[in-house]
Design a protein around this ligand. Structure first.
Ligand SMILES: *Cc1c(COP(=O)(O)O)cnc(C)c1O
Length: 355
């Protein structure tokens, strides 16, 4: 297990972002539903900060090795990060980055705010080549849903030499697998809605940076644009984060076993899995209609979008009109949960019987 400071990441998910150990202090940072604070201190007003956000930020900051700013959602964190690009700047992005990120960038391009360069990250050298003259290189690794993996250290070094800011959406890998700031990235972005919070009951996002000046920009963006998380969501996200290491380990174990079974299954064509993590994709050999029948006939695995919860979920990605056409029509993205493996496989196998 990788380490951050003197404590292992397994320990930090449990121990970081707690109140000081003064006698009779509560174990958890409490929910502080306050729209305003008594004047004269650092907080002053509810849009400027909140102790419940701070607990989550301290914990994620410790895990990623930087200073964190929590937002209302992953996309709010992405918007704040994109605000670092100067007017008309070039943003490089994987062609299979998260659908909402591509949508946000397309919208910014339509308005003349940025110029987007979408790249096939499986083409050797493509990301680095596209970084020439770019203001920002946006990395997502693994990509959602194509599960392509990028060498973050190599890309970050090349992009920084060319003067581009390097951003990594670390939603799929989590800091347990990789800590992009230590690999040379400037900003790490998460949809905390997914694995960090982990229970499909809260929307939240977070951006983490090493550099104080960038931290100030991201924090003031939240303040001025009002992209603030709810207090309850911040509490739930911190509570969920406490079990990240055990949830991840169990779900990853289930995912690896599923990949073995899926690969050997006669109804299944292409199976994708980067070798780590909790997300698997596969294509029923009989095509998109068969994929639709599979995801709608499971009884345990829930047919839904989103991912990263304790429960297994799946969907056929191309049911979304906005999904890039280079994503195979029959591709099923499965978010593997922490259920007992035999129950999970029995359900998947039965559903595949409808392919
Ligand atoms: C879901 C997701 C987002 C967006 O997060 P929200 O919390 O839904 O706004 C960003 N990046 C990735 C990789 C995601 O899966």
């Amino acid at each position: 297990m990788a380490r951050s400071g003197s404590l292992s990441l397994d320990t930090l998910v449990v121990a970081a972002g707690r109140p000081d150990r003064t006698p009779d202090a509560p174990l958890n940072v409490p929910l502080t539903p306050a729209s305003t604070f008594v004047a004269g201190g650092e907080l002053e007003y509810g849009r400027f900060g909140n102790p419940t956000w701070q607990a989550f930020e301290d914990a994620v900051g410790a895990l990623e090795g930087g200073r964190a700013v929590m937002y209302a959602s992953g996309l709010a964190a992405a918007s704040a990060t994109l605000s670092l690009v100067p007017e008309g700047g070039v943003v490089v992005v994987p062609q299979h980055a998260y659908n909402g990120t591509l949508g946000l960038l397309a919208e910014a391009e339509r308005r003349g705010r940025v110029v987007v360069r979408a790249v096939d990250v499986t083409e050797p050298g493509a990301l680095v080549e596209a970084a020439d003259g770019a203001a920002m290189v946006w990395i997502e690794s693994p990509t959602n849903p194509a599960l392509e993996v990028v060498d973050i250290a190599e890309t970050a070094a090349a992009a920084r030499t060319r003067g581009a800011l390097v951003v990594v959406d670390n939603t799929f890998a989590t800091p347990l697998v990789q800590q992009p700031l230590s690999l040379g990235a400037d900003v790490v972005v998460h949809s905390a809605t997914k694995l960090l919070a982990g229970h499909s009951d809260a929307l939240a996002g977070v951006a983490v940076v090493a550099d104080d000046a960038t931290y100030e920009l991201l924090e003031s963006y939240r303040r001025m644009h009002g992209a603030v998380p709810g207090t309850l969501e911040a509490y739930l996200a911190t509570r969920g984060l406490r079990t990240l290491a055990v949830r991840f380990e169990r779900a990853q174990d289930n995912a690896r076993r599923l990949v073995e079974r899926l690969t050997a299954h006669p109804q299944v064509g292409d199976v994708r899995y980067p070798g780590f993590g909790t997300i698997v994709t596969f294509e029923p050999a009989a095509g998109a209609e068969a994929a639709h029948r599979v995801v709608t006939s499971s009884r345990l695995v829930v047919c839904t979008t989103s991912l990263g919860g304790v429960e297994s979920t799946w969907e056929r990605r191309r049911r979304w009109a906005s999904e890039p056409e280079t994503v195979p029509d029959a591709l099923i993205r499965m978010s593997v949960g922490i259920e007992g493996f035999d129950d999970l496989w029995a359900d998947v196998e039965a559903a595949l019987g409808h392919a």
